[in-house]
Design a binder for this molecule. Structure first.
Ligand code: ZN
Length: 293
C-alpha cells in the first residue's frame, strides 16, 4: 500500500464541505422579540406586556408613563357599563386655519388615537361603587378642551347629579383649543357651573391630575374637585414654566410645577403612586358617599 492511499481518508474527513457555513444563532432577549416601549426617563426598553402588568410604570426607575384615555378608564374601572357622549361631534365654527384647516387636524387626531374627541366618559364600577369616570387623551390635540370636550364633561356631571353617582376626572391637557377660540374658553365656565351644581347637591367630584395639566383645564375643571390627587412628578400649572421664567426674569428650579412641589404649597391634596391610585380613590369616594368599604 502506498503512502498516498494511507493518508487519503484523513484528508477527506478534514475537507470542508462546500456550501455549508457555520452560523451562530444569537439568543434574543424578550425586548428584542416582543413589542416594547422605551422609558422616556431612563431609556430602558420594557416589553409592552411587562409595562401593562406594571400599570404603565417603568419597573426600572418608577417613572409613570402616559396612558391613553381608554387604557386609563379600562384599568381604573372594575367593570364598565356604558360609554357616554359619543353623540357629540365637533363642528368647525370659526373656519379656523393654522398650518392646516381645523377639520383636517381633527381627522388626523382621530386617525392617530382612534377616538372621536379628546375626552372619554364611561359609567361603571370602582370596586363596589357606581361611578362616572372621564379621562382626557393627551394624544388628541394635546388633550385640548373644545366644545365637545365641554359637552361630554357637562353631560357626565349632569348624569352624576341625576343618578347621585360620584364623578372622577383624569386630567391631562394643554388647555383650551385655540381652533375654537372663544367657544373653547366658554367651556371653562360651563364645566365650572356643572361642578358647582354637584357641589351644592353634595355629589363627590374627585380630580386625578396626571402629567401634564395646563391652561384653561387647570383654570377650571381640574382645580375644582373636592379632592385633588396627583400622580408622582406630574407637571401641573397654568402658564408653562418657560413663559413664567421669561416674565419674572428668574430661573425656577426643578420641582417648580411638579406634583410634589404643589403638594407642599397646598395646591394638591395628595400625591399617589399609580399602584395605589385605585385603592386610594375608592377609599375617598366610599368615605364621601358614606358607602361601605
Ligand atoms: Zn424608566
Amino acid at each position: 500500500m502506498s503512502q498516498a492511499q494511507l493518508t487519503e481518508p484523513t484528508i477527506w474527513l478534514k475537507r470542508e464541505v462546500p456550501g455549508v457555513k457555520r452560523t451562530t444563532v444569537p439568543t434574543l432577549t424578550a425586548v428584542e422579540t416582543e413589542p416594547s416601549t422605551e422609558c422616556p426617563n431612563c431609556h430602558a426598553l420594557i416589553t409592552n406586556t411587562a409595562l401593562n402588568l406594571n400599570q404603565y410604570v417603568c419597573p426600572e426607575c418608577d417613572h409613570h408613563l402616559t396612558m391613553t384615555a381608554r387604557q386609563r378608564l379600562e384599568w381604573f374601572l372594575s367593570s364598565i357599563d356604558s360609554e357616554l357622549g359619543q353623540e357629540f361631534t365637533t363642528g368647525n365654527p370659526l373656519y379656523f386655519v393654522d398650518s392646516k384647516p381645523y377639520p383636517e387636524r381633527m381627522k388626523e387626531a382621530q386617525n392617530k388615537t382612534g377616538e372621536s374627541e379628546g375626552l372619554v366618559v364611561m359609567t361603571g364600577k370602582l370596586k363596589n361603587l357606581d361611578i362616572i369616570a372621564c379621562a382626557f387623551d393627551f394624544r388628541f390635540m394635546g388633550g385640548s378642551m373644545g366644545s365637545v370636550v365641554g359637552d361630554r364633561f357637562v353631560q357626565a356631571a349632569e348624569i352624576a347629579l341625576t343618578e347621585n353617582k360620584p364623578l372622577v376626572c383624569f386630567a391631562a391637557s394643554g388647555g383650551a383649543r385655540m381652533q375654537e377660540g372663544l367657544l373653547s374658553l366658554m367651556q371653562m365656565a360651563r364645566t365650572s357651573a356643572a361642578i358647582e351644581r354637584l357641589r351644592l347637591a353634595g355629589v363627590p367630584y374627585v380630580v386625578i391630575l396626571t402629567n401634564p395639566v395646563y391652561g384653561g383645564v387647570t383654570a377650571s375643571l381640574a382645580m375644582l374637585g373636592d379632592v385633588h390627587i396627583a400622580e408622582p412628578k406630574a407637571m401641573i400649572g397654568f402658564a408653562g414654566k418657560r413663559v413664567i421664567e421669561q416674565t419674572v426674569r428668574e430661573v425656577l428650579g426643578e420641582p417648580f410645577q411638579r406634583a410634589e412641589f404643589l403638594l407642599e404649597k397646598g395646591t394638591v391634596d395628595m400625591v399617589v403612586h399609580r399602584h395605589e391610585l385605585i385603592n386610594t380613590t375608592h377609599r375617598i369616594l366610599a368615605k364621601l358617599t358614606k358607602a361601605a368599604v
